[in-house]
Design a protein around this ligand. Structure first.
Ligand SMILES: [Zn+2]
Length: 391
């Protein structure tokens, strides 16, 4: 009796382990035939067939017929649980796309480099092609997409859906970004600033879960922040709320892209950081600086520490004004970990009334470089809900 129970138990745990292997392979390949699954997992065709039947019955996967090498085959994909959501993050140097089901489980994601000073037309063309390719790879159709949302590295005017301040993102000015991509794909598209969507992502899925108010600092090629108050993103009238990269830190400093003198971005935007290393390190990129700092280069570490101090002073002032429950730090510079975070924490600690009256914590973003994508997926879901309520 005991041995029978033991055998049944080990059989079910074996089936469980095999199911995990098959699901991992389906996730990795997006869509895959049962023969290919057998090759990819090393399981026998009979075992694959049995497990796929179970996964189909539990609604975890879907199957559809296809032709492979001239023969009929069954294509296995993850079940999309009531449609797809697509999040995009157009960065200064890269484009990231993530496709999830409506439960925010990532089905596929891709990143591609973008040229410096890329323009809206070519970038949105690339984005549309990449999205079609990824949706196709999942064995799905664009019509199964509920909605998309796109994060851009500039403030977005909520009334127009276009970049709110001229000069910040050349080549994208005056363009209703969501409308343009929406026309190409035939699906509804929302658009917002990337720091705002990072804040939304961290609030719903990351280090800000369970908080009603937070300040998300995105320290990347430029510095920005997203503000959540009473559980809602705060945009301000023109969508420029939280643009801490354009607050004054040096009245005698350089002229910023926005036209003002001495903005925080002129002191610790990527250009300022790499310029400060030119004398001793020659031409380096922001990625080089972070890699070198991680490898122990004292000069690059100093640049990261000083950036943390400059950003920390502005963050502390902003926090005094807003009184958030938590400050979350993300963006490329947060890759440097405590080297970057500690000077920000120190600046906040120095604001004694603020630090004493509430235990204001400065946390690293939990979602890392995917915070903005998660936020975009959340915004897409919100848009899909609005659309479905409206229709
Ligand atoms: Zn500025």
């Amino acid at each position: 009796m005991t041995s029978t129970q033991g055998s049944t138990g080990s059989q079910s745990s074996l089936r469980e382990a095999n199911s995990v292997r098959i699901l991992d392979a389906v996730r990795q390949f997006g869509s895959i035939t049962q023969v290919e699954l057998s090759h990819a997992t090393g399981l026998s065709p009979a075992t694959v067939s049995t497990i796929v039947k179970h996964l189909l019955a539990s609604g975890t996967v879907e199957t559809r017929h296809t032709i492979r090498s001239g023969r009929r085959a069954q294509l296995v994909t993850l079940a999309h649980r009531a449609g797809l959501l697509i999040g995009l993050h157009v960065g200064e140097r890269s484009l990231r796309v993530a496709i999830s089901d409506s439960a925010f489980e990532f089905l596929d994601q891709r990143e591609m480099p973008l040229p410096v000073d890329h323009r809206h037309d070519t970038t949105l063309d690339r984005a549309a092609m990449l999205i079609s390719e990824l949706v196709d790879g999942l064995g799905s159709a664009l019509s199964e997409t509920l909605a998309l949302a796109i994060a851009v590295p500039a403030p977005v005017n909520p009334a127009t859906g276009a970049v709110a301040i001229p000069g910040i993102l050349p080549g994208w000015e005056g363009v209703p970004i969501g409308e343009v991509l929406g026309r190409r794909l035939g699906r509804p598209v929302a658009v917002d600033n990337d720091a705002n969507l990072g804040a939304l992502g961290e609030m719903r899925f990351g280090a800000g879960r369970g908080t009603g108010s937070l300040l998300y600092v995105r320290a990347s090629y430029g510095v920005g922040s997203g503000i959540v108050l009473s559980g809602e993103l705060y945009h301000g009238v023109l969508g420029i709320a939280g643009e801490i990269g354009h607050t004054l830190v040096d009245p005698h400093g350089h002229i910023c892209r926005c036209g003002s003198r001495g903005c925080l971005n002129t002191v610790c935007g990527a250009q300022a950081l790499v310029d400060s290393l030119r004398h001793s390190r020659g031409t380096v990129t922001l990625t080089d600086v972070l890699d070198l700092a991680e490898a122990g280069d004292p000069g690059c570490q100093q640049v990261v520490i000083d950036a943390g101090g400059a950003i920390g002073a502005v963050v502390a002032n902003t926090a005094v004004s807003l009184s958030p429950e938590v400050i979350i730090v993300g963006g490329e510079l947060s890759r440097a970990g405590s080297l970057f975070l500690e000077p920000i924490r120190e600046s906040v600690r120095r604001r004694i009334p603020l630090a004493q009256s509430q235990k204001l914590e400065v946390r690293a973003a939990e979602l890392g470089q995917r915070a903005e994508l998660y936020g975009a997926l959340a915004l897409a879901a919100d848009l899909a809900h609005i659309e479905s309520v409206a229709s």
